[in-house]
Design a protein around this ligand. Structure first.
Ligand SMILES: *Cc1c(COP(=O)(O)O)cnc(C)c1O
Length: 378
């Protein structure tokens, strides 16, 4: 929480952001525009260029920095497929902190490469449920083959933080400070559009907990609410985890084990078990409270797409722009493709911008399933 319009970024933290590859470039997708035969202009911000391949280090590095300054010795967290865990492992390593990551057991077994990335940065990685916590041991006694879930991993990471000396729990999305750290993306984007003398008509991002979308759009939403820009904002989610398009706007727990405070948000209910889609980073039952409010007020619109159509959009992007998108990012691309088709129908040269939130080079199993016809269309 902060009442300030802007928060200063210390020189030491700015140096760390430089080493993440900031500022990241803004690209024009001319070859995608051509393939879609659209009058729309499409731009994308390259958040895949960070050391771990996504936008997540933008908050991981800030959280590790402020923890280090407060004399904290270790951070604990949970991770699903491993994008957030690898970002926090990288950041804690940079600032000399220890890192404990509870990784959902099925991903730990089936998607080993993020786990090795975390270990290369010196993090301890446990399959959750684990034998490291009372909660994990209790679950394992009942079922030695418990596959785990994000809810269980959160509970273990919190228990580990409160029962270990000088350890704090860290979260990679949803909360206000996380969204604020990510606004570095949207602030750079506005400056880059300024240089081009272009104003985006629509800004698009995928939503898990909301930090990717918020980081990219909130600076422009601020300008739009102040009457200085006239831009639409489109949040994209999987149709199998439709918190924004089919959820209820009400108070709910942020986790399955009911350990967090109640949060007012669009939610599918904290007991909702998302299907195991490849876009692991979008499998969250709720959404950031500020994003939920903006949706409720009609400032942000939401759209949902099924898994197969997002992978098809991912393939089109690889063929045209030469980049393999993370399955999470492919959701934003699918949204952009639809908006570009609508612009064509209307005969309008709309400027569409989206956040290329991460690469899919460690998600090739998903693309393998897609190419070989095994992808479930949820
Ligand atoms: C985590 C992730 C997202 C979703 O981010 P949220 O902040 O949870 O909305 C999108 N794209 C990529 C590549 C991710 O790793």
């Amino acid at each position: 929480m902060s009442p300030n319009r802007f928060e200063p970024i210390s020189a030491e933290l700015q140096e760390a952001y430089l080493r993440l590859g900031r500022p990241t470039p803004l690209f024009r997708a001319r070859r995608l525009e051509k393939a879609l035969n659209t009058p729309a202009q499409i731009f994308y911000k390259r958040e895949d260029l960070s050391p771990v391949g996504s936008h997540k280090p933008n908050t991981a590095i800030a959280q590790a920095y402020f923890a280090m300054r407060e004399g904290v010795g270790a951070l604990s967290t949970e991770t699903g497929a491993g994008q957030w865990g690898s970002a926090l492992a990288h950041a804690t390593n940079y600032f000399g902190l220890k890192c404990k990551v509870f990784m959902v057991k099925v991903s730990y077994d089936q998607k080993p490469y993020r786990k090795y990335m975390m270990k290369m940065f010196g993090a301890e990685v446990f399959p959750s449920p684990s034998d490291q916590t009372n909660y994990g041991r209790k679950l394992l006694e009942n079922n030695g083959h418990n596959p785990g879930s994000l809810g269980i991993a959160i509970s273990e990471a919190i228990e580990s933080a409160v029962s270990s000396p000088n350890t704090k729990y860290s979260l990679g999305s949803v909360l206000n400070h996380v969204l604020m750290h990510q606004t570095i993306v949207g602030q750079e984007t506005l400056k880059q559009f300024d240089v081009l003398d272009v104003t985006p008509d629509v800004m698009v991002g995928s939503v898990g907990g909301g930090s990717n979308f918020a980081g990219f759009t909130y600076p422009a939403i601020g300008q739009t609410l102040a009457g200085k820009m006239d831009t639409d904002f489109v949040a994209v989610e999987p149709s199998s985890v439709p918190s924004l398009t089919a959820g209820k706007y009400e108070y709910d727990f942020g986790d399955t084990a009911e350990m967090t405070p109640l949060v007012k948000m669009y939610t599918l209910g904290h007991n909702f078990v998302p299907p195991s889609i490849h876009a692991g980073g979008l499998r969250y039952h709720g959404a950031a409270p500020t994003l939920s409010l903006l949706l409720h007020e009609g400032v942000v619109q939401a759209r949902a797409f099924d898994q197969l159509s997002t992978f098809e959009a991912g393939r089109l992007f690889a063929e045209t722009e030469g980049l393999i998108a993370a399955p999470e990012t492919a959701h934003a691309i699918k949204g952009v493709v639809e908006l570009a088709r609508e612009a064509k129908k209307a005969g309008e040269a709309r400027v569409i911008a989206f956040n290329f939130s991460g690469h899919g080079l460690l998600d090739l199993q998903g693309y393998a399933d897609f190419l070989e016809g095994r992808l479930e269309n949820t």
